[in-house]
Design a protein around this ligand. Sequence first.
Ligand SMILES: NC(=O)c1ccc[n+]([C@@H]2O[C@H](COP(=O)([O-])OP(=O)(O)OC[C@H]3O[C@@H](n4cnc5c(N)ncnc54)[C@H](OP(=O)(O)O)[C@@H]3O)[C@@H](O)[C@H]2O)c1
Length: 310
Amino acid sequence: MGTPTNLLSDSADLYWVHVALLIVCGLLSLISFIVQSLKPAKYGKFARPDVKNPYVTSASETTSLTAVDTSSAADLPAMAAGGTSGSAAPKEEGGFPARLSFFISDFVFVIPVWAVATFVIYDKHQRFADISAALIVYWILWATHFIQRGVIHPLILRYSMRNVGWDIFLPMMPVNALFTFINASFLATTVFPSDYESDPRFAIGIIVFVLGFIINRWADWKLRSLRADGSREYRVPTGGLYEYVSCPNYLGEGLEWTGYLIGVWNWAALVWLLFCLSTFVPRARQNHAFYRHTFPDYPKQRKALIPFVY
Ligand SMILES: NC(=O)c1ccc[n+]([C@@H]2O[C@H](COP(=O)([O-])OP(=O)(O)OC[C@H]3O[C@@H](n4cnc5c(N)ncnc54)[C@H](OP(=O)(O)O)[C@@H]3O)[C@@H](O)[C@H]2O)c1
């Protein structure tokens, strides 16, 4: 049983360009992790002036990274935060429409790049007559995630803010396009062994990806159901994986990209997983701290991202 090989190393120029791109992607992941660990990205609960969170200790946004101050939670409703008055939107200053921003950054800047880059690069290096099932399957998995994320997710989620800040929206477009391009390039130049469909990595990758996708969709749907009454409050999610972690949606997406990496077995998939984790790890910790800060009865055994571990 062989292992997937890559044609990029056949050309010194292409090889070094891709090494440089991988280094850029790795550095972006590191920067993203440091920046987001120091301060929550300003969207959702961490952008709402009317919602208290443990990272704002004064009106001027002093950040506190360690202590979870539950003393100030006494004046908050036990099971809801973010206003109890229903659908009144918090005052927003500028920004770009949130739903449109996710459509542009996660669909427009991903799917055309994915489709064109894989087609053109594959055509340059390999013959369509020889295309492998592994390449087709993993191509579809990537596309499925982003069609869901860029089209369905923005249509159905109940965001509490109409807008997202320019500082969140603008970087997402080039970053998504870059990671999509490098993954397209690596996938299109991968030569999977003819018997790869019987390699455990092929099946395990698909199973882990699909499991993660189901968890991610279920978890986001559960959050949506918390606002069935049209409110903009934050409530304690319960049931299923929410009994174990505060952010099963991130856990699910992390599993998706872990499965993708196992299946395609290349460096681009690894840096993409690292980039996603650079958001999920700090954001899950911050969401978890928010819940504990806001709801004094928040279940003590619940972890942030990984059941029983973190
Ligand atoms: N690949 C990546 O790098 C990456 C990065 C970030 C996110 N994502 C994916 O994008 C999706 C959404 O991520 P996110 O960071 O926006 O997730 P999130 O903070 O959990 O929010 C998702 C939605 O649920 C609402 N919500 C969250 N907690 C709630 C609660 N306790 N009660 C009621 N409503 C609640 C949010 O409202 P608000 O509008 O009030 O916040 C928002 O509309 C996830 O599937 C995630 O995997 C991917």
